[in-house]
Design a protein. Structure first.
Length: 273
């Protein structure tokens, strides 16, 4: 059995959330359960794809292992880590490693990475051209204009030899060589799917590509298994060797889960190897 709870709690509400979970029944960190088995684990997650993935594991795989997963859904990226640190959850699944590293530098909290689970890749899409080889000199390419994703997009293009950049690019001003004379348009990430109708190509992240119904068939280039941006399962250091955490990670990276990810997201989400 799983419980999927929605919240838009702000950071200041994280401690109250921990008390609320205790009042509702099994508390975070409670290894007991009504029957035999590993017990209950509370996991914070954003809705898609993390929440959907956890729901699959909770419904289809966890019961046979004696593990009950309670999913606490968050609508932002700022609340899950403080909630985990303060004990509201036992683990979370929503962020990539660099995001966690930055949080730990700023907060000093004692959270740890358990391991990579899936990659919601940035990809270069086109409705006009079928391959990178077809993309002409002077093509127009739309990029996300937020600092983290624009640099990531530029590194994706550089990885294919389409441009050259500084070691840590953040904007198009960090392009050091543009041999194909591409024209770049930096726009809000939410408008990138629509930009595909006006531009030759656009780099779109998973959330917006999925919401717009963009198929992986339109991908000319995508991040792969060598990406540092795989979303990870994280927990508090004190729980790193907890049997519930170990079992949850085992189930999240099982062959059954990998097959479900591939079937459900049709190439828009890549399971960790």
């Amino acid at each position: 059995m799983s419980r999927f709870t929605r919240t838009t709690a702000a950071l200041a509400g994280a401690a109250a959330l921990a008390l609320g979970l205790t009042a509702c029944g099994a508390s975070a960190g409670d290894t007991s359960s009504e029957g035999e088995g590993l017990g209950t684990i509370s996991v914070g997650a954003t809705a898609v794809p993390a929440g959907e993935l956890l729901q699959f594991v909770a419904d289809e795989l966890a019961p046979a292992e004696g593990l009950t997963i309670e999913i606490q859904e968050y609508s932002d990226y700022n609340t899950p880590n403080p909630a985990l640190a303060q004990g509201a959850n036992d683990a979370n699944l929503f962020q990539h490693g660099p995001f966690l590293d930055l949080y730990l530098q700023d907060s000093g909290e004692d959270l740890v990475e358990v391991g990579p689970v899936y990659l919601p890749p940035l990809a270069l899409y086109s409705e006009t051209y079928e391959s990178l080889e077809d993309l002409p000199d002077g093509a127009t390419i739309a990029l996300p204009n937020d600092a983290s994703n624009e640099g990531r997009a530029l590194l994706l293009l550089a990885s294919a030899g389409l441009i050259e950049t500084t070691d840590a690019p953040t904007t198009v001003s960090d392009i050091t060589a543009n041999p194909h004379d591409f024209e770049f348009s930096e726009i809000d990430a939410a408008t990138l799917p629509a930009a595909l109708q006006q531009m030759d190509a656009a780099i779109v992240n998973f959330n917006f590509a999925s919401a717009a119904g963009i198929s992986s068939d339109l991908q000319l280039l995508s991040e792969g298994q060598d990406s540092e941006y795989f979303n990870i399962l994280a927990t508090r250091a004190e729980l790193a060797d907890d049997p519930r955490i170990e079992k949850l990670y085992e189930l999240l990276t099982s062959d059954e889960t990998k097959a479900w990810i591939e079937e459900t997201y049709d190439g828009l989400v890549i399971p960790a190897e």
